[in-house]
Every structure is written in C-alpha cells, then in structure tokens.
Ligand binder design. Sequence first.
Ligand SMILES: Cc1ncc(COP(=O)(O)O)c(C=O)c1O
Length: 380
Amino acid sequence: MKIRKKMLPVCSPSGGKEEIKAISKVIKSNWFGKGPLVNQFEKEFAKKVGVKYAIAVTSNTHGLDLVLKALNINNGNIINPTISFLTTAVVPIWNNCSTNIVDVDPHTLCIDPEQVKKSINSDTKAIISVNLNGVMSPIDEIRKFYKGLIIEDCAHCAPGYATAGQKGDIAVWSFQATKLMTSGDGGMITLNDEKLYNKLKKLTWFGITQTYDRLNKKDNTSNKPGYAWDYSADIIGYKCYMIDLTAALCLEQMKKLPKHVKLRQHIQTRYNNELHKIIKCPPWSETVQHYSIKVPSKYRTDLINYLASKNIHTSVHYKPMHLHPGLTPYFTNKTQNYPVANKEWEKLLSLPCHPVMKEKDIDYVIYWVNNYFKDKYNEK
Ligand SMILES: Cc1ncc(COP(=O)(O)O)c(C=O)c1O
C-alpha cells in the first residue's frame, strides 16, 4: 500500500460550519463571557447524564480541584488508579492530601476493587474511579464495602452513554482538545446534591453573583433592569467558570455526539474484527475515547516507529502514575506493588480513532499494523 503524505493523527477534533456559525453568533452578540449559553449547556448536559445539576468549568482538572475544595478535603488520603492521566493523582496533592495509587484490573485497566479494599483506612477521604477509555469502572463493587465519597472521572465519557456520571456521588468531565466533544479546553461537574451544587457554583467565581446575571437582573434599588454594581463575597472562591464562547462550541459538539460516537464504534468494530490475532483488543467501550490495543511489549517501540514511518501517529494511554518520580514522594503507601499495571502498560498502544477518519484511513491502519505482524510471525 502506498505511504500516505500527511500524518494520520491518533486523536483529532472534528468541527465544521455549525461550530463557526455558533461562535460568530456569540461574537456578534457582544457578550463573550459567562452567560445564557453556559446556562443552556449546563441544563442540557445534566438532563442527558440523568442528574439534577451540572456546573460548567474550565477543565476536568479544575472541576476536580473545586470539588475537593467545596468538600473541605484538605488533608487525608485519596485512592485512585495508577493508570490514568496525571490529574487524578496531582489534584489531591494540590489540596494537601496524600495520594494512594492502587493497581488496576488486567482486562479493563480500571481501578481494582480488591486493591481499593486493602487500601481503605481511617484517613481515606475519597476514591476517584476513572472510566478509562469510556469503559465503566467498578463503582457498584466498591460500594459494597465503602460508604464514603466516590468521585467518578468521566473525562473519557460522553453524556448519555453507558452509565457515565450515574454511579459516583459526583462526576467530572472533560472537553479538552482530544476528547469526544471538545471546545479546546473545558469541563463539567455533575451531581444530585443541591447544597453542594450551590456551593460549587459560588466557588467558580470568588463567590460572586455572575456579571451577566447582574446585567440582566432587576436592580434591587430602582427595580429597573440595569447593572447592579454591588457584590459580596462571603466565601473564598476561585476562577474557573466556563464562558459563552466555549459553551457555544460545546453545544454544537454535543449535537454531533450521536454521529461521532457511531463512527468511533464503527472503527472499534473494524479494528476488533480485522487486526492480527496476536493483538489483544480492548474491552468494548461505548464512547471509544482511545482505542488501546495490547501488543507483545518487546515489539511496542518498534511498532510505534514502524507506524510512524508510514505516517500513522500512535500514543500510549497511559504511563502509570507510580512511574512519575515527581509524584512518588506524595504516595501514602511507598511499598505498594503494581504487578498488573507494570506488566500491562508496556503492551499498550493507542491507534488512530476519531470521527475525522474515513474508511480508507481505517483500511490503512489495519493494513500496516497487520503487515508489521505478518513479517514478524512469518505468515503468508
Ligand atoms: C482520565 C483523565 N482524567 C482527567 C483528565 C484531565 O482533563 P482536563 O484536561 O479537562 O483537565 C484527562 C485528560 O486527559 C484524562 O484523560
């Protein structure tokens, strides 16, 4: 097969005239900041997830940070899986907590409930359960022996798919550049607890009533619509709310989710059926945020370079957290072992999987991956 000229990316956002139109409308409205589109996005998102409340923020990372701050979790220990992005271990450290990284299930690579059970102690303040690559993590199993707070990381999920956001006490989502629905960056917190919702909402902007609301609210003194200049901060808050420019993109991306997810599932099905039998395909995911195969670890680097020479970009999701030297001083249990993650992560390789891919791109990836192993295993 002829080598393509342009690199095929491993992840890619997909936007078009709908997003351009939505952004133009915001610009022409003369209000770029937090306003009616953020409110609309929050309402529609919560409805799709099947929860009462949603709070749009600047990222999953800052959403998680805000949750810990709202709940006054500023010491103690937080349990999370070693295979995830840095956020899940680093944000507890920002909040003065130690992080108890535990091993994962060999098949799903989500947190292993048995390891969670062994790690819980009187210092445990929360468990962060990551739905890795869109595969639901074992929250029901953890609930059988743990009654405390479970934060569900839905960075690889989309609202309305599988049970995402329905099992944890609170869920944090991501609209970062490579995610299923993206605005370049952005995040959402979803929950059912009204009191916590009200506190989180306040914390997104120094505890101040939003400017847009003040602009359009009837003035307290004159009772006429106008700019109520006064505000009062009765709490130390932060600054991490979403703005209308971002919400406009998110609303359009959310409309496209059914089409985009269908395409990702189609790629997943083709890869599952047509990749060389030496490859271990990942567990079925409804959203397929990453299509992460397992190959014999001795071939991984060579395969990455081989595919790069064919202009196919690949990646690894993720290098375990316990292998990052900057994090280990903050681990509670420094003698903890990670036999599963250590063995499995060296086999991981994410292949291109995104809605910009055409049928010929899927053919192209399958051809070159199979070709690599055909040579290796000397098949006809
Ligand atoms: C599993 C997981 N959690 C959290 C995050 C952080 O998301 P954000 O970039 O929106 O902060 C990511 C982003 O890559 C992720 O993959």
